[in-house]
Design a protein around this ligand. Structure first.
Ligand SMILES: O=c1[nH]cc([C@@H]2O[C@H](COP(=O)(O)OP(=O)(O)OP(=O)(O)O)[C@@H](O)[C@H]2O)c(=O)[nH]1
Length: 680
């Protein structure tokens, strides 16, 4: 979905909707945004006469709603949001601003003034981005915009109006109607964004997020704030930084910047800012991005003072223009002070945002893996499949865990796209599985990877936690991780512990099921009538081959200890074309077949053993036979894929090979080799 990359930028952030409007809640949650609802206590009592245009009133009200919540939360809720969204919807007709009717008479007055006419609906939106600093002070950045939609009402008789008013619908709606419900019947046409009329201009909001998160080279959650201004043909956007109450701020005057400013035209909270044009003269979308840092401080800036970074541009086409400052930024407070920001030049050598993000993703990768493993092990996905819509406390009770820990785990899973959270007005959110988790993380899903995830958690993870020793010694770290040699581990897995064996088989089964079809259909196998899957474990791969090739029968050849358990993994429907033969492929004769399959086998064994196995296959092959290899083959230059190179770090006895490494091995041209790269 196109907008998802924008909405997903907010994943993992504490996003707060400062609105009690159920429509805004619905619009934003339908868009996939995860947020908390904290209704604003700001009273909508601004003096409308102070505003030059109605939209300025809506924007200012939205701003005050959002700021009230942003300021209250650290004290009342003991947490600082990352982003607070406020909105205010008004209707304008004949120079009047209509808000929510106070009673039925008021609703009648409003609706009759709209009858037979076109009116405008404005929704002002304010996004407050909060930056918590180390000293617990909070910087606020404000992005504000509005959207206008024109709506034409049909001629409405008094009877119709009163019938509508008596439905009760008008009372909590701007202009006294709800276009999304019965009020839709009053409407002849809508020009513009429908959702804007309902209470939230989703499209414009996403464009603003895109500007903030996708097109800035420095993300908002970095220590220094990247300032980017934009203005399009219909909407001005300004980014303001407000000092928190009592924050002392430097009042220094840069001669060059002072000359460009007229402090008397600075904005105040209650009157919208006059637009400045001077910044745009120096701005160009080709300019590098700059970092802006507040300098150390001297003077006091009172709470109502705003440091303004404002931009208005004229441009000749409808294309959105973006401007990035390239000079020292003088910021004007309502008191008239000029506050200088220290702007660091963006050096060519400074890392790109994408590069930084890659490093951060690499640093955090293990946390994401472990969160997935843990949620899977604690059966969170199975639970939410059978009982979607539980909140954190209910999940905690079911999985027998702390509420705090469970809430953290659930929220982390939401940020990773493994769960969806559904906000509820004034209540804790509830959770359900995403498509991703329903497909791959349920125990009984056809493509369940749960067994393999458990293997990663129980076997691979402990090995990787000793990676440094593995690298130093160039040896497998089984003893450190499990207190056993790898030989003993093998012995345990296949002979001593039924549980360990089943776990291993589950892991192999799940990965073979998920990848099996792609391997089975990678080649035209119509010339082969019989196949032998060497080390085919539960037969998951073999069943995929018989499904894909109606003329093919497959023998699964594996250790007796494995074969004896294979019936636990029988698929529901099978037509007996898969059979099992017990044996050791290093020692015993291989079953006769036209096609030998080695899927994820070779990398486990040292060269010498691979040599033995391949020559046994070569000996078993007659003219027209084939060998199908499915492995994570390395690129010939050994630069990738990283899945294979990372697997090599587990320092098993085997090694990751490229395709030619394998073909160079001893097959003596006895058969066709079909090589299938299983890295994804
Ligand atoms: O067609 C429709 N037009 C408007 C609405 C709803 O009307 C209200 C507008 O009021 P406001 O912007 O002040 O928002 P509140 O509901 O008071 O919530 P806040 O807490 O944000 O102040 C808004 O709910 C629109 O959704 C409608 O439903 N249909």
């Amino acid at each position: 979905m196109v907008l998802n990359p924008v909405i997903s930028k907010l994943a993992g952030k504490l996003v707060v909707l400062a609105s009690a409007s159920p429509r805004r809640l619905e619009i934003l949650s339908n868009a996939g945004l995860r947020f908390e609802v904290v209704p604003s206590w700001f009273k909508e009592t601004l003096d409308k006469g102070l505003f030059k245009a109605p939209h300025e009133y809506a924007v200012e009200t939205a701003k005050q709603k959002a700021l009230e919540v942003a300021r209250r939360m650290p004290f009342k809720h003991l947490k600082t949001p990352d982003i607070v969204i406020g909105a205010d919807t008004i209707v304008t007709v004949d120079g009047m601003i209509l808000e929510k009717p106070v009673d039925k008479e008021d609703a009648y007055r409003m609706l009759s003034s709209l009858s037979g006419k076109e009116h405008s609906v404005f929704t002002g939106v304010a996004i407050v981005v909060c930056h918590e600093k180390e000293n617990e002070e909070v910087d606020y950045q404000l992005i504000e915009f509005y959207e206008e939609t024109k709506v034409k009402f049909a001629d409405l008789s008094d009877n119709m109006l009163w019938e509508y008013i008596n439905s009760g619908e008008p009372m909590d709606k701007a202009g006294g109607y709800g276009i999304q419900a019965l009020g839709g019947m009053l409407v002849e046409y809508v020009h513009g964004d429908f959702l804007n009329v309902v209470g939230f201009p989703l499209n414009h909001f996403c464009k603003q997020l895109d500007l903030i998160y996708n097109r800035c080279t420095s993300s908002a959650d970095q220590e220094s704030v990247s300032v980017r201004l934009s203005h399009n043909s219909s909407h001005a956007t300004s980014i303001l930084t407000q000092p928190p109450p009592g924050l002392p701020a430097q009042s220094s005057h840069s001669p060059s910047s002072k000359a460009k400013h007229n402090p008397s035209s600075s904005p105040t909270q209650n009157s919208p800012p006059a637009n400045y044009t001077h910044h745009t003269q120096n701005s160009s979308s080709a300019n590098p991005v700059h970092k802006v840092k507040r300098k150390s401080s001297e003077g006091e800036v009172d709470e109502s003072s705003w440091m303004l970074v404002n931009s208005l541009s004229k441009h000749t086409d409808d294309r959105e223009a973006e401007f990035i400052y390239n000079t020292t930024l003088p910021l004007v407070a309502s008191s008239g002070q000029v506050i200088e920001l220290n702007v660091t030049e963006h050096e060519d050598s400074e890392p790109k945002k994408d590069d930084l993000q890659r490093i951060i993703d690499l640093m955090d990768g293990f946390k994401a893996s472990k969160a997935l493993f843990t949620a899977s092990k604690m059966c969170v996905f199975d639970l939410l499949q059978s009982r979607p819509g539980l909140d954190a406390a209910q999940v905690a009770q079911e999985i027998k865990a702390s509420v705090k820990g469970t809430a953290c785990l659930l929220e982390a899973c939401v940020s990773l796209g493994l769960l969806k959270s559904k906000p509820r007005a004034c209540q804790k959110p509830v959770y359900e599985n995403t498509d991703l988790s329903s497909h791959f993380l349920l125990s009984d899903a056809p493509f369940s990877l749960r067994g393999y995830i458990q293997h990663c958690n129980d076997t691979v993870w402990p090995l990787f936690s000793h990676l440094e020793s593995a690298v130093r010694e160039g040896a497998n770290q089984c003893e450190k991780a499990f207190g056993k040699t790898s030989k003993d581990m093998f012995q345990d897995t296949f002979y001593n512990s039924q549980e360990a064996k089943l776990r291993f088989m589950n892991a192999m089964h799940s990965i073979a099921k998920v990848t099996g079809r792609a391997v089975a259909t990678a080649f035209d196998l119509s010339s082969f009538k019989t196949a032998c899957d060497l080390g085919g474990c539960t037969g998951a791969m073999a069943y995929e081959f018989t499904k894909a090739h109606p003329g093919l029968s497959v023998t699964v050849f594996d250790l007796p200890a494995v074969v004896e358990m294979s019936e636990h993994f029988l698929p529901l429907h099978t037509d007996n074309r898969v059979s099992f033969v017990a044996g050791d492929f290093f020692k015993d004769d291989l079953p006769k077949a036209d096609l030998y399959i080695l899927a994820r086998i070779l990398h486990d064994w040292p060269d010498e053993k691979v040599g033995i196995l391949l020559s046994k296959i070569a000996n078993a092959c007659t003219a027209g036979c084939g060998l199908l290899l499915s492995e994570i083959f390395l690129d010939e230059d050994r630069r990738g894929p990283s899945r294979g190179l990372l697997q090599a770090l587990s320092m098993s006895e085997g090694k990751q090979s490229s395709a030619t490494d394998v073909t160079d091995n001893t097959l003596n041209n006895t058969c066709d080799i079909l090589m299938c790269n299983a890295h994804s």
